[in-house]
Design a protein around this ligand. Structure first.
Ligand code: ZN
Length: 288
């Protein structure tokens, strides 16, 4: 799933390649991806792309005052194309193509979604805040205003809720998902189950620095890469996420996993939980 760094890289790419160009045509291949109808998606044709921005994990293309907002969800992606077929795509249940944007110089991009979940969401709005998910977003962790004090306030407000869930909640901090929350907690050497309101001043600073460093580093590594190379770059930079059974790059202990209904988390026991494996609720339920 693309998170803040990958979406930021796509925004940078659109800033370089699309801003200043005129939208020639938009092809909708999967109508289910389009969540708004007024203004119609066809109203983008003929307008100039004036900016590209990110709100949490949402990508926002400013097209002369209208906004094409995209949430890539779990399996969505944006593929930049130096040339696009001129014929409109045939609607097909099997094609991953959801939306195709043609620019006036023949370039453009495809929004695609692999698999059958169909969570990719595209909005055409006059103000990005009209998108419900954007209106609910918490502060952006790369915003200079995101200070340790801001983080302290957020964590205190969540009482004994576990850090892992709090960091992933988009209304708490915008842009961090399952992968980078694992990474941040590993860098900060904290258990994913640690209660949000239990951090000492020193721990709070460590967590804040881990958030900033992990995301800034991932943004730097993604910058300037072609859209097709971003996923591999993200994977190569991960220390614990998706690395169950492999050695922790810091201490060499084996990275462990806790499974949930539709996701899992990874962590290093030596670095994060005092050497003790966390209870896997799913496993312990099965064993009972
Ligand atoms: Zn370790």
């Amino acid at each position: 799933m693309p998170e803040l760094p990958e979406v930021q890289a796509l925004v940078d790419l659109l800033g370089q390649q699309a801003v200043g160009r005129v939208v020639a045509r938009v092809d909708v291949a999967a109508i289910s991806a389009l969540k708004t109808y007024d203004p119609p998606v066809t109203s983008l044709a003929g307008l100039t792309v004036t900016g590209a921005a990110r709100h949490g994990k949402f990508l926002d293309l400013d097209v002369d005052g209208l906004h094409l907002v995209v949430h890539l969800a779990r399996a969505g992606w944006l593929q930049w194309k130096e040339s696009l077929p001129s014929l409109p795509p045939k609607p097909s249940g099997k094609s991953p193509l959801a939306l195709r944007v043609h620019l006036d110089n023949g370039t453009g991009f495809d929004l695609t979604e692999a698999g059958t979940r169909k969570k990719l969401a595209v909005y055409v709005v006059r103000d990005p805040a009209e998108v419900p998910g954007i209106a609910r977003l918490g502060p952006d962790p790369l915003d200079p205003a995101f200070s340790p004090d801001v983080l302290r306030e957020i964590l205190e407000a969540h009482g004994r809720s576990q850090l892992k869930g709090v960091l992933r909640d988009q209304s708490v901090v915008a842009g961090i998902g399952n992968a980078y929350s694992d990474e941040i907690l590993h860098v900060a050497r904290m258990s994913p189950y640690k209660p949000s309101n239990s951090l000492s001043d020193e721990e709070l600073k460590a967590l804040w620095a881990a958030i900033r460093d992990t995301l800034t580093d991932a943004v730097e590594r993604s910058r300037g890469l072609a859209s097709g190379k971003l996923k591999a770059e993200k994977k190569s930079g991960l220390r614990v996420h998706g690395r169950t059974g492999l050695p922790c790059p810091v201490c060499g202990d084996t990275v462990r996993e806790v499974s949930f209904a539709d996701s899992s988390l990874q962590y290093c026991p030596t670095c994060q939980t005092g050497g003790k494996p966390l209870a896997d609720r799913r496993m312990s339920r099965l064993l009972r």
